[in-house]
Design a protein around this ligand. Structure first.
Ligand code: UDP
Ligand code: MG
Length: 315
């Protein structure tokens, strides 16, 4: 049985050699045949030359290097396309996904699970981030069709058939957490203690996280559109009630003209609501725009390997 390890790398020059050593040691200890598929996501530092050195010294190391930064989702996709293994493990290059857990994943996989997820605790995270995450997952699980769990990231093992299923999903906007959940198959989860990043720094800024959260919300269904519809209907009914009230008062007490403030508040509130709704619609239209262009998910600048499961030809 061959195990592929898919490793997206973006500016990881400080840690790559150490990562490679730790992982190869661990895999050798486990006694499984393995290959490493490193994906250089358009790094601006020495990541690519380091990968080339690693590959020259170790035939188990493959690399695919992008022409620019396409994002981790694209990097994972490229890794999956190039992975030949009977099982694929996706892990970060920054050693926040402890290589020692791969053995445990393989054990669970041997029990018949197609997806083995390592879920991190939020130890060492800032309180604000933990709380926003909790609120986000509470909300999103009410809004999307697939179940998303806090702490469940991309550190997971996929069986061959689960990996192939993920590769069948060719959408341009990739929200992997959701794609993996959507694919299904027998899945099991275990927790591990979060390790603080050893070197370099996380590329996640608040803005990126916010966009990522929105992607999760919008990638999986059209419930936000429906919410906009309901909100519109609710506001319309309120307006009717209020209109009837004003007319009633005018009939009983005669016409009376104050209400400038009410008018202003209602008008601005409605304008706001309308803009939000147009925004929601626009988000979906934008997504359709990206999908219909059918651009490739990434462009390769250098590689020492061939895609095992190449991207499907657009019709
Ligand atoms: N990564 C990537 N492309 C990007 C950003 C990150 O391939 O645009 C890789 C990065 O090299 C690392 C993994 O994705 O291996 C996770 O990134 P990071 O550690 O910055 O995220 P966090 O651990 O904070 O979720
Ligand atoms: Mg990290």
């Amino acid at each position: 049985m061959l195990i592929s390890l898919v490793v997206p790398c973006f500016n990881e020059e400080d840690i790559l050699e150490r990562f490679h050593e730790r992982v190869t040691d661990e895999m050798t200890r486990l006694g499984h045949a393995f290959q490493l598929v490193y994906v250089d996501d358009g790094s601006a530092d020495r990541t690519l030359p380091i990968l080339q050195e690693l590959a020259a010294a170790d035939p188990r190391a493959r690399y695919v290097s992008f022409s620019r930064n396409f994002g981790k989702e694209a990097a994972m996709l490229a890794g999956l396309q190039h992975a030949e293994g009977d099982a694929v493990v996706i892990m970060d290059a920054d050693l926040q996904h402890p290589p020692e857990l791969v053995g445990r994943m393989l054990q669970e996989h041997a029990q018949g699970y197609d997806q083995v997820i390592a879920r991190r605790t939020r130890k060492g995270d800032r309180v604000t981030r933990t709380l926003t995450a909790r609120a986000y997952y509470w909300l999103i699980n009410r809004l999307v069709d697939v179940e998303l769990v806090d702490g469940v990231g991309d550190f997971r093992l996929l069986s061959r058939r689960a990996a192939d299923a993920v590769l069948e999903l060719t959408e341009y906007n990739r929200f992997s957490k959701g794609l993996f959940a959507w694919v299904g198959f027998p899945t099991t989860t275990f927790s591990y203690e979060n390790a603080v990043r050893e070197q370099g720094r996380s590329a996640w800024t608040f803005g990126k996280l916010l966009n990522y959260g929105l992607d999760g919300l919008l990638s999986f269904n059209n419930k936000p559109l429906r919410a906009a519809l309901y909100l519109g209907m609710l506001l319309m009914s309120l307006a009717f009630v209020y209109a009837a009230w004003i007319v009633g008062v005018a009939l009983v007490k005669g016409v009376d003209t104050p209400g400038y403030v009410t008018l202003l508040v209602v008008l601005t509130a409605l304008a706001g609501v309308q803009m939000v709704m147009v925004g929601v619609v626009g988000e979906y239209v934008g997504r359709i725009y990206y999908e219909v262009k059918r651009r490739p998910h990434f462009l390769v600048k250098a590689t020492n390997t061939r895609a095992h499961r190449p991207a499907q030809e657009p019709e």
